[in-house]
Ligand binder design. Structure first.
Ligand code: FHN
Length: 419
């Protein structure tokens, strides 16, 4: 039986039903929004450009998102086939999207003046989407946050008057505000602990970072306030799911996981970044993720007026069109016991095997190990039959060969007998 400072986290067992519910959702929307949207360059703009609080203050003084429409956000997410959302309640710059009793550095002090978190939660809940809160452990505005090498101005400086215990009480207090004001919250997405950075890069698992935040206490608080909530792995102690970022694991991580990806390389709104990933690539990421039993969290950074920019909306619409036709190969689907050929990904749900082609096969599609198991083959998008050629006796490989494949991104639906 685990013991020690992280015993609670190690002993906690989240219900398999709750984890299954999360995994069935498969696709979510990440929303990075805050003062950095006015800088419109990158959510790390304060650190990257070594901005003082005074340099950054104009973004606070002019934060007035008059086009903010959470219903439109939720509509765009639902239209893209997304089943849940994760919102940055506070990012590293320390600015809070809700009226916190613990700081003046919140939306309440800006020209906009009103709570943003509540309306966003309500709009997504109204469409049946799950709600998650991202919350930064780092806080470049709080006077007691330690200077950690990531600080915008000071780099790594130990300023003895910074009291980590005071900052920790602030951090825990704000998490308590968030988890008691807005009803059921489905996931808590902390970001990020960094013990290795503080100890000159030497790995100190569960080290200073976890100690600074009192990660185990914070995890316990979260679970007490929101029974059934799922917590990610970025407190440096075991959580409910791991979070590969901006890459696709080459193999299934072997635990519940959620990949997070930007649409254009920037988490915050980045006005001049036109490098949006094509929908086809995002769809391939999604089927690769589901084939490895993961979820995909795709990010939009709303702009300084509170709107999703047209390029993001166009991308979400394209994903939504694909999901309208192919969602049954994603929602509630997962890895297959059959081994997919190199340029395919398999997802399976019940006796339906979905063959996602990532590259175009030369003439025929050879599906190893499926000889005699494929009763019928059709394109998923329109249900049209794919002529199946009986296994070629000259190539007794146990393959099933499919021919006459029409052009286009293909997902085949094959009712198969289980192995
Ligand atoms: O530093 C953050 C970054 O701004 C962004 O929020 C991503 C999203 O997963 N997390 C951190 C980088 O890993």
């Amino acid at each position: 039986m685990p013991h020690g400072p992280h015993a609670d986290a190690l002993n906690h067992r989240t219900s398999s039903a709750r984890l299954a519910e999360f995994r069935e959702q498969r696709l979510g929307l990440f929303i990075h929004w805050g003062l950095y949207a006015l800088a419109a360059r990158h959510e790390w703009v304060k650190q990257r450009e070594h901005l003082t609080d005074a340099d950054y203050q104009p973004y606070f003084d002019h934060f007035d998102p008059d086009l903010f429409d959470p219903d439109a956000w939720a509509e765009a997410a639902a239209g893209a086939g997304m089943r849940y959302m994760v919102l940055t309640t506070k990012h590293h710059d320390g600015f809070c999207l809700w009226d916190s009793a613990l700081t003046d550095y919140s939306v309440a002090g800006t020209p906009y003046g009103k709570d943003l978190v509540g309306p966003i939660v309500a709009a997504f809940r109204a469409r049946g989407l799950g709600v998650g809160f991202y919350h930064s452990l780092l806080d470049w505005h709080h006077p007691d946050f330690p200077i950690d090498g990531l600080h915008p101005l000071h780099g790594r400086v130990e300023e003895p008057w910074r009291d980590i215990a005071k900052y920790r009480r602030y951090l825990h207090g704000q998490v308590e505000e968030l988890l008691t004001r807005y009803g059921r919250i489905d996931t808590m997405w902390f970001d990020f602990s960094y013990s290795t950075r503080l100890r000159d890069g030497k790995p100190t698992p569960g080290g200073k970072g976890a100690a600074d935040w009192r990660s185990a206490e914070l995890m316990r608080l979260v679970r007490e306030l929101q029974p059934g909530i799922l917590v990610n792995n970025r407190l440096e102690i075991p959580g409910d799911f791991v979070t590969p970022e901006q890459f696709q694991p080459p193999a299934p991580p072997g635990e519940v996981w959620e990949a997070c990806q930007t649409l254009n390389g920037s988490w915050g709104y980045d006005r001049d970044n036109l490098d949006y990933k094509p929908v086809d690539l995002l769809v391939r990421m999604l089927v690769d993720t589901v084939s490895k039993d993961g979820n995909l969290l795709l990010n939009v950074g709303p702009d300084g007026r509170g709107a999703f920019d047209p390029r993001a909306l166009e991308t979400l619409r394209g994903i939504g069109e694909w999901m309208r036709l192919h969602g049954r190969a994603v929602y509630g689907a997962g890895p297959s016991a059959f081994e997919a050929p190199q340029d395919c990904r398999y997802t399976q749900r019940g006796d339906r095997l979905y063959v996602h082609l990532l590259a175009w096969p030369y003439r025929h599609l050879h599906l190893p190990g499926l000889a005699g198991r494929v009763r019928y083959a059709q394109l998923l998008n329109d249900g049209s039959e794919i002529r199946r050629l009986v296994p070629d006796p000259a190539r007794d490989s146990g393959h099933t060969k499919l021919g006459a494949l029409p052009p286009g991104t293909l997902t085949l639906q094959l009712p198969v007998q289980r192995p």
